[in-house]
Design a protein. Structure first.
Length: 149
């Protein structure tokens, strides 16, 4: 039995109220807004693992830190999805949790075949050497031939 089986929808709603009252939005800003699983509720975004940990504390008296949740943020997402909440999964595609939705897809970019081709980069060693027009020796950086001038 998972630790998160003890929470119900009311615990999660109370956890979100507690989060808002404590300034939880600042928590995400301090963490750089980096949360791979985001709980979406009434136009607000919450760290899914943090809310699940607070909800567990309301249900059992023992609040869980996000790293203490079995399965981490993905485990919290599964538990919250089971309770009917919307979760946005911002993790890389190989780590996505079934039942969560990914961030909105990007607008299709223009095809490379119709765009103007990029100029090819040339390494400094592959660039043509400037030659003296009289003696055909390589010119130094000054551009003045040491032999002819």
């Amino acid at each position: 039995m998972s630790l998160l089986n003890s929470i119900d929808r009311d615990h999660v709603l109370t956890a979100m109220e507690t989060w808002d009252a404590a300034g939880g939005a600042n928590y995400m800003l301090v963490r750089g807004g980096v949360s791979t699983h985001v709980l979406l509720h009434h136009g607000k975004e919450y760290d899914a693992a943090a809310i699940a940990g607070i909800a567990h504390g309301l249900a059992t008296g023992r609040t869980l830190a996000p790293q203490d949740i079995p399965g981490g943020a993905a485990g919290a997402s599964k538990a919250l999805t089971r309770l009917g909440f919307d979760i946005r999964d911002d993790s890389p595609p190989t780590e996505r949790v079934p039942g969560t939705r990914a961030r909105a897809p990007r607008a299709p970019s223009s095809s490379r075949s119709t765009a103007t081709p990029r100029p090819k980069r040339v390494a400094a060693t592959d660039k043509p050497v400037d030659l003296c027009p009289r003696c055909f020796l390589a010119l130094p950086a000054t551009g003045i031939c040491d032999n002819c001038d």
